[in-house]
Design a protein around this ligand. Structure first.
Ligand SMILES: *Cc1c(COP(=O)(O)O)cnc(C)c1O
Length: 394
């Protein structure tokens, strides 16, 4: 057998810090490596495999579509993208959609749209307020939008047009708003920033402020969207409606797809303003349709809420038992443990040995984002592994 990990060392740019596991197969919430070892997957391809690995509905949709029509370009009408657009518009507060291939690309499009809106309706205003601790992607403009030094420093000079403020402070947004502001762009819950949940009124107050100033509210729901937090979209948790919303991760049930949606009044692009070769191709859209349909038709959101709550109470019990756990945070199935020390890498390795995949999102924060189909029984198993791992440490 090839030594895949050695080959990676030789061939790849040294960018991704991988765990020493080569995965070859997945089913539901479980994956297997080249050694035949089984893992319970509480990372789900970074919150992507919303229905778990190789879900029969997703596999069926992909297989049938692959035999029918894979790519046609957006010069033509194709049916799966229209079916997916209808599902998204019917089940959200937004009116129009554009499909692309990733989260960063969805945010790029949303940023372009907001600037276009500023040119047309706000005297050329083009600044966007974003938050510290945010994560909006890896392209240059989304790095500029991302309020984290470590993502920005290596790439200076960055494109301009962003003002960063503290997250969860309406005052900071008010103070940063000028006649140059065209939009406020935020994650309803910061994911990569460490699963930071804002106060209950934060988004509501921002919504009111944006309305007062006539600027757009862009919600980056790339991680929080598609059921991850227990409602189909994160904005529902806070009783607000964004003008623009971006999606990716969970949307395709495992395949690369992104989208941005807008209210009618913010849908100001005209033909030629934007485009994509692969965006909205029949293959990925068929997977998206299968994923969204399954979530909606099977009321998976109730399960996410119920199992998420169950998981939280289990994590709370661990917190009561181990004093190096200082906080449980998150919502639905986007959850995290905060440690008193920077031990999350070490905990991920220990979990791996015991057959559980978890994510060290920050040096002191362990993140869980299992597939939405996860059951109480599987959560029990994960909690059992965490207890073993934590016991060894204390
Ligand atoms: C993952 C993520 C992105 C970037 O998505 P890519 O598909 O990696 O480009 C942007 N915003 C948020 C909130 C994310 O979680």
């Amino acid at each position: 057998m090839e030594n895949w990990q050695e080959l990676e060392q030789k061939l790849f740019m040294r960018i991704t810090k991988r765990l020493p596991v080569t995965l070859i197969r997945g089913q539901g919430a479980r994956v297997w490596d080249t050694e035949g070892k089984e893992y319970l997957d509480f990372v789900a391809g970074w919150a992507v495999n919303s229905l778990g690995h190789c879900h029969p509905e997703v596999v069926k949709a992909l297989t049938e579509q692959a035999k029918t029509l894979i790519q046609a370009s957006n010069q033509f009408y194709t049916i799966p993208q229209l079916q997916l657009a209808k599902l998204l518009v019917d089940n959200s507060c937004l009116d129009r959609v554009f499909f692309c291939n990733s989260g960063a690309e969805a945010n790029e499009g949303a940023i372009k749209l907001a600037r276009r809106y500023g040119k047309l309706h706000l005297n050329g205003a083009n600044e966007i307020i974003t938050a510290y601790g945010s994560f909006h992607g890896r392209t240059l403009i989304t790095v500029a939008a991302t309020g984290q030094d470590k993502h920005q420093q290596p790439y200076i000079p960055l494109p301009g047009g962003f003002v960063h403020v503290n997250y969860d402070s309406i005052e900071a947004i008010k103070a940063a708003t000028t006649d140059k502001t065209c939009a406020v762009m935020l994650e309803p819950i910061q994911g990569e920033g460490g699963v930071n949940v804002p106060g209950d009124n934060y988004l509501k107050e921002i919504r009111a402020w944006c309305d007062e100033k006539g600027v757009l509210l862009i919600l980056d729901e790339i991680q929080t969207g598609i059921g991850r937090v227990g409602s189909l979209f994160g904005y529902e948790l806070y009783g607000v409606e964004p003008d623009i919303m971006t999606l990716a991760k969970g949307l395709g049930g495992g395949v690369p797809i992104g989208a941005f949606l807008a209210k009618e009044r913010a849908s100001v692009f005209v033909p030629g303003d934007h485009g994509s070769t692969f965006g909205g191709n029949p293959l990925v859209c068929a997977a998206g349709v299968a994923t969204l349909k399954f979530i909606i038709d099977n009321d998976l959101l109730s399960q996410v809420k119920r199992v998420g709550q169950y998981f939280i109470s289990g994590l709370e019990k661990l917190k009561a038992k181990f004093d190096f756990i200082v906080e449980i945070r998150g919502c639905g199935l986007l959850l995290a443990l905060k440690f008193a020390d920077n031990i999350s890498d070490e905990m991920v390795m220990a979990c791996l040995k015991e057959g559980l995949l978890a994510n060290a999102v920050k040096p002191d924060i362990l993140r869980f984002m299992p597939p939405l189909i996860i059951t109480e029984k599987e959560v029990d198993k994960a909690l059992g592994i965490l207890e073993i791992v934590f016991s060894r440490r204390s």
